[in-house]
Design a protein. Structure first.
Length: 202
């Protein structure tokens, strides 16, 4: 499966014009990360999300991969990216170890993601993962929000089959202010409060 996974990751990166794949090692997530030819390691999940968000504002698409516990660790920068918004597509793959094969907890990350005002997507096959990732870049660039896909153990026990389909990145570097500041905070928080079930005190 190692060669098949490398071919799959190559197709994802090439077809969707992804500039950086980043993340933090974890059960099953590591296999995907190490198969990506443009993998940039991060010291933890929080830094990985920051990498991705910066690239988004520079007009570069990113793919971040981590396991379920990493989603919990990186929740603050994910909320930050939802508040400030994104530019080029920022997609996150979260591996839920529902069978607790290499984790200490069983977690269904969909409930957590829904609080952010993001619709979690769970592919049931590699073909789904490919096509849903493509749609996630389109949706993210349309809504200016990060997009999150949930991957479970079952996927890694199936044969990798998919159909390649190109998706060019037409985003350029954003000129919009992308730092929270007392003078700009209200605009960002109003947008976040509209989409999210978590309400800001601002």
């Amino acid at each position: 499966m190692k060669d098949e996974l490398k071919d799959f990751m190559d197709a994802i990166i090439n077809d969707f014009d992804i500039s950086i794949t980043t993340g933090y090692s974890g059960y099953l997530a590591s296999d995907m990360l190490y198969s990506a030819k443009n993998y940039v390691p991060a010291i933890n999940e929080t830094v990985a999300i920051d990498f991705a968000h910066i690239h988004s504002y520079l007009g570069k698409r990113s793919l971040t991969i981590m396991k379920n516990a990493g989603l919990n660790e990186s929740l603050l920068p994910i909320i930050n990216s939802c508040i400030l918004g994104t530019n080029a597509g920022m997609v996150l793959w979260v591996v839920d170890d529902l069978e607790v094969e290499g984790s200490e907890i069983c977690q269904d990350s969909r409930k957590l993601i829904e609080l952010l005002g993001i619709n979690p997507i769970k592919p049931n096959s590699w073909k789904d993962l490919y096509s849903f990732t493509r749609e996630a870049y389109l949706e993210g660039e349309n809504r200016k929000l990060p997009q999150i896909l949930i991957i479970s153990n079952e996927l890694f026990k199936t044969k990798i089959i998919f159909t390649s389909q190109k998706l060019k990145n037409n985003c350029t570097s954003s000129k919009e202010i992308c730092v929270l500041h007392p003078k700009t905070a209200k605009k960002f928080m109003d947008k976040f409060n509209k989409n999210s079930k978590i309400k800001s005190p601002l």
